[in-house]
Design a protein around this ligand. Sequence first.
Ligand SMILES: N[C@@H](CCC(=O)N[C@@H](CS)C(=O)NCC(=O)O)C(=O)O
Length: 212
Amino acid sequence: MKLYFAQTMNSYKTCAVARYLDLDVEFQRVDLQEGEQRSVAFLAINPNGKTPALVDGELRLWESNAIICYLAMKANSDLWPRDEKQIDIIKWFNWSTDHFCRFAGDLYFEHIIRPQFGLGDPDPGVVETATGYVRRYGRILDDHLAQRRYLLGDLLTVADFAVATTLPYAQEAKIPLDEFPAMRRWHDRLMELPAWQSPFTNVHDAASSSAT
Ligand SMILES: N[C@@H](CCC(=O)N[C@@H](CS)C(=O)NCC(=O)O)C(=O)O
């Protein structure tokens, strides 16, 4: 299997899950600054021109949440349970895409991607709106996690990796994580996993020398 990634928030969860599962995955860095995601070769893998993407034999898979489920299935792991818990996971996937990660992702873009890609200063209007929504949805996440170890209770699942994917960037992205004690504790717990703490370790150097 080959996992195409960039060192950004959506690849964070996929590289972390691949490492957590200790799967035999070849990591291939896509250089977004050089526009490699728009190359003919990469568009044949993901026509959206976005990272991450996974190739496994004939399979071309894009969308980070689909990729983490596929990796967990491949490893026969409980990260993607084989029962009705899948419904709860889909709920958290949609919730994070439409609400929490959508606005935390705006803060990530304004404070991290803009300077990194020379796209100018953060837009104060976007920052204000996104911060308001992150607080609103953050409260829901914090309440949910107050009595739970992980999103689904005691079981770590792909939902945790998906919903948490902006939080390693919280400080730099100005995501107000410290206002939410239960969310903070949950994320600290994820940080105890070497795979979550360092999903990109050893992939940067190896990949950049082989990226075309
Ligand atoms: N919904 C997609 C989003 C992928 C995405 O937006 N990837 C960004 C990096 S975090 C990207 O590759 N951007 C490059 C571009 O838009 O040119 C997923 O979850 O995989």
